[in-house]
Design a protein around this ligand. Structure first.
Ligand SMILES: [Zn+2]
Length: 317
């Protein structure tokens, strides 16, 4: 694509960051704010249950995490029947103190890893919560240093470079369908010409890549029947102001708008293990609050839950 007029920085960053993971804290095994094409962590039971996972070519590899009891008791120290080898593509993952004591890594000469890519340089990783007892301090071992924080990302967060590119293009194309996109981009400093050029080029590019199928976008609740961007849960048309809430108000527009709600990336189907949810036609823009509400259960179960709350409150029959 020819060089296009730039988007306001905040918006550019917001779209770029959709390709990164988030929501993991320092004590977790997961990496935070890294590309979705990073090393994937797969729990051993999931690996065993879903053979289709074995043939996927993850761009930065994968690590299967095996619970100590599964490894030492059930598998008797041998998981080669599952195509796995501790230290190469699998690690023993300690999360419970009783297992840490019973199967202590020192007994087996286990070391923490030094790499996310095979060979891993070690055999185990530990993230064990502290308890009220003073002797029971938190145990964080393996992938804790600044340059190597977190072992990898959640399986369902994974997207390859191709999907990262197409989802970003689709998300910008969708953005340009917001009711006030043109007006707000003008206020944020883009000229009329720049807006027209960028919008037309992005929509054209998206259409050519098959990313602008309106039936699918509407069906997925990303746009409404009028082709406006809506929050996938509450279906309210999205104001672009929510993308730029930290942007200084453009001159002559100092009026403080209290109704501005933060807009976030919204995964339409929050899927479990075995399916990747970061893909075209599964990503929209929605209210931060709505996103939090339906994060784990998904849109339809959340709507049913909301209806039951309304009914119990006598606000719905
Ligand atoms: Zn909403």
């Amino acid at each position: 694509m020819a060089r296009l007029p730039k988007l306001p920085n905040l918006l550019e960053r917001k779209i770029y960051k959709t390709g990164q993971t988030r929501g993991a804290d320092d004590d977790q095994i997961f990496q935070n704010r890294v590309g979705r094409n990073s090393t994937v962590l797969i729990p051993f039971p999931v690996w065993v249950q879903i053979p289709a996972l074995h043939t996927i070519k993850y761009e930065n590899g994968f690590i299967v995490l095996v619970n100590p009891r599964d490894f030492f008791k059930v598998a008797k120290g041998d998981i080669s029947a599952h195509g796995l080898e501790i230290g190469r593509n699998a690690l023993v993952f300690y999360e419970r103190r009783d297992e840490w004591l019973e199967f202590h890594p020192d007994k087996y000469g286990f070391k923490p890893p030094t790499s996310r890519i095979a060979p891993l340089g070690g055999q185990y990783v530990a993230r064990i919560a502290n308890t009220t007892a003073e002797a029971d301090e938190r145990i964080n071992i393996g992938y804790t240093s600044t340059g190597l924080k977190g072992a990898g990302i959640r399986l369902y967060e994974y997207a390859d470079t191709g999907a990262l590119g197409t989802t970003r293009i689709q998300l910008e194309a969708v953005f340009w369908h917001a009711v006030d996109a043109v007006e707000k981009m003008r206020a944020a400093g883009m000229t009329e010409d720049q807006i027209r050029l960028r919008r037309a080029a992005v929509l054209d590019h998206a259409a050519k890549l098959g990313l602008l199928d309106y039936d699918q976008l509407v069906g997925a609740r990303i746009l409404n029947a009028d082709r406006e961007v809506v929050c996938p849960l509450c279906l309210e048309p999205i104001s672009v102001a929510g993308f730029l809430s930290r942007l200084p108000q453009a001159s002559g527009r100092e009026r403080h708008d209290l109704t501005v709600t933060e807009i976030n990336l919204f995964h339409i189907q929050e899927l479990g293990y075995g399916v990747f949810n970061h893909r075209p036609y599964n990503l929209g823009w929605g209210h931060h609050h709505c996103n939090v509400v339906c994060k784990d259960s998904g849109i339809h179960p959340t709507l049913e839950w909301m209806a039951s709350v309304m009914r119990r409150n006598g606000m719905l029959n």
